[in-house]
Design a binder for this molecule. Structure first.
Ligand SMILES: [Fe+2]
Length: 288
């Protein structure tokens, strides 16, 4: 069989599996409950609140988002129903779907997924800071797009388990090529299929798909479209340059400077956002 044909077939099979995830018997139980509520047109926000409240780890994560620095309620949101008022039904829906994927009872998985959840939360916070500073894109959309930019890594892990950890290694240059060779697709593609399958906004799935190659959209970013792709990419760079290890996910674009310019950021303003992020790190530390 032709190798390109075999690769396409492998990719298509993986795509069907990801898009059909809602029907898989292996998805986390909380995700199943969340989907039952959000797929039922008769359910209300209070039904969703009940499901979130029943899962301690999901509830903690939703409260962490509601209390994150950019929403400005700093630690004062105490209940999921309060959080639902602040975040809105759609945000809680999307958070509940994404965040329940990080749920696991397996110890080895917990180490990987907790590290990735923290990294995602930091990228989300910096994406929101950048949206605020540039005035491009809504802060809550930027936060959500940042939070789930690496959801494809969680899904590949849920499907392939330790094989995915071996392929991912320490991330960095070459990770996308290794993912394609092993699974037929990158974590960016897998994440975008997931977002489409679960009907997240188009902008969100596009951001996930291109968060490692924003240069592909450079001309539209320059003309004011798809700013989130650039903001989440830059947030990833700011967060990842402070770290090492398997939570890191940094690939510097060959058009890095042009992308900064396209969203009106110069090295000084990037340094200021980096300083804001480091200041925020204390409150993020208290969550993890
Ligand atoms: Fe990534």
């Amino acid at each position: 069989m032709d190798s390109a044909y075999a690769l396409n077939e492998e990719k298509e099979l993986l795509r069907e599996r990801v898009v059909g995830m809602a029907n898989l018997s292996t998805i986390p139980i909380t995700l199943k409950h969340v989907l039952e509520v959000v797929e039922n047109e008769n359910s209300s926000t209070s039904d969703l609140v009940k499901v979130v409240e029943q899962d301690q780890s999901l509830a903690t994560k939703v409260l962490a988002v509601a209390n994150s620095a950019f929403y400005g309620y700093g630690g004062r949101v105490k209940s999921i129903s309060q959080a639902a008022v602040i975040l809105g039904f759609n945000m809680v829906r999307n958070l509940a779907i994404s965040v329940s994927l990080f749920d696991t009872t397996d110890k080895k998985a917990a180490k990987f997924l907790t590290g990735l959840w923290r990294h995602s939360f930091e990228v989300a916070s910096v994406s929101a800071l950048l949206a605020d500073r540039t005035g491009l894109g809504r802060k809550d959309n930027a936060f959500l797009a940042g939070l789930i930019s690496d959801i494809g890594r969680v899904i590949l892990y849920q499907i392939f388990e330790s094989e995915y950890l071996d392929v991912y290694g320490d991330g960095g240059e070459g990770v996308l090529e290794r993912e394609v060779a092993a699974f037929g697709a990158t974590h960016s593609e897998v994440g975008a299929w997931f977002a489409e399958g679960f009907r997240f906004q188009k902008e969100c799935s596009l951001t996930i798909e291109e968060h490692h190659c924003p240069e592909k959209l450079l001309s539209s970013i320059r003309s004011g479209s798809h700013p989130l792709v650039a903001l989440v990419y830059l947030a990833d760079v700011i967060v990842s340059e402070q770290k090492s290890g398997s939570a890191v996910d940094i690939i510097i674009s060959p058009e890095h400077d042009a992308i900064m310019e396209a969203v009106y950021l110069d090295p000084e303003s990037m340094a200021e956002v980096r300083a804001e992020y480091l200041e925020m790190a204390n409150s993020i530390n208290s969550i993890f």
